[in-house]
Write a protein that binds this ligand. Structure first.
Ligand SMILES: Nc1ncnc2c1ncn2[C@@H]1O[C@H](COP(=O)(O)OP(=O)(O)OP(=O)(O)O)[C@@H](O)[C@H]1O
Ligand SMILES: [Mg+2]
Length: 269
């Protein structure tokens, strides 16, 4: 697409849920790739010491000399930390296991919650022409996730379509409220996206009903189906949109990107 609807300035979205394995990284990579495919310039910030987003998009460990760790703790510039990926218009700041010590190293730092915010400050990020910045958070409500929420305009919450899915959500909402009260009053909830949805499974449908009952419009219409192509793609170091462009998973992430852009265009209008 040559003329995408531009959001106003770069939109920074933290992809967060303290529950492990719910599809944060998968959503970051594939929503990022779908937005890039639709013509937007996208930056992924890997804020998880597991480095799954970096691996999944094909940044090999030898190429991770400058990472989010250096960006946060060693004053490395954004320009030096950003790496291109094999996907056009999709860049990444990778992470390594070094980031696991950041949580502790940051405790004595006065600006500990604002480091990512400062690193991504408007003028710096503007210079690169990014439309969207997606931050892949670790499965924890630790200082790294708080940094993401302080830096972000909104939080996107992947919710795995399984039993206990909504458990823990109140804690996440509480953290969002605390960040609003302390550091980032404008932080919004971008939405909740149901992942690994299995339409033939009553449990998935039950989780969807519960989520829509409890969260209303916050829940994206788009459902991300459980799709084996989605889980295979990272081992080929590409988003599912490249690995199997016509797969159900790829189509779903394209639809999610469109829904996200539509929501933001309406809000901006
Ligand atoms: N739609 C899907 N269909 C099939 N498998 C999926 C789908 N989404 C995610 N998975 C698989 O589920 C697992 C967990 O996904 P992912 O790594 O994205 O979760 P996460 O929330 O980032 O995990 P963590 O909390 O460890 O960071 C991965 O093996 C991934 O390939
Ligand atoms: Mg992850």
């Amino acid at each position: 697409m040559s003329d995408p609807i531009r959001p106003i300035g770069p939109k920074i979205i933290a992809v967060a849920n303290q529950k492990g394995g719910v599809g944060k990284t998968t959503t970051t990579i594939n929503l990022g790739a779908a937005l890039a495919e639709q013509g937007y310039n996208v930056l992924i910030v890997d804020l998880d010491p597991q480095g799954n987003a970096s691996t999944g998009i094909g940044v090999v460990p030898q190429d991770r000399d400058l990472t989010t760790y250096e960006l946060l703790l060693e004053d490395v510039s954004l320009a030096d930390a950003i790496k291109a990926t094999s996907v056009d218009k999709l860049a990444i700041i990778p992470a390594t296991v070094d980031l696991s010590s950041a949580d502790i190293e940051l405790i004595s730092n006065e600006k500990r919650s604002f480091l990512l915010h400062d690193a991504l400050r408007q003028t710096a990020i503007d210079a690169f022409g990014f439309d969207f910045v997606l931050i892949d958070c670790p499965p924890s409500l630790n200082l790294l996730t708080v940094n993401a929420m302080v830096a972000a305009h909104s939080v996107l919450v992947p919710l795995q379509s399984e039993f206990f899915a909504l458990e823990g959500l109140s804690q996440l909402m509480l953290t969002i409220r605390e960040v609003r009260q302390s550091a980032n009053p404008d932080l919004r909830i971008e939405g909740v996206v149901l992942t690994m949805y299995d339409a033939r499974n009553n449990l998935s449908q039950q989780v969807e009903m519960d989520a829509r009952d409890n969260l209303g419009d916050l829940v994206f219409q788009t459902l991300i189906p459980r799709n084996v192509r989605v889980s295979e793609a990272p081992s080929y170091s590409v988003p599912v949109l490249e690995y199997d462009s016509n797969s159900k998973g790829a189509m779903a992430y394209r639809a999610l990107a469109q829904e996200l852009v539509g929501k933001n265009a309406r809000r901006a209008a």
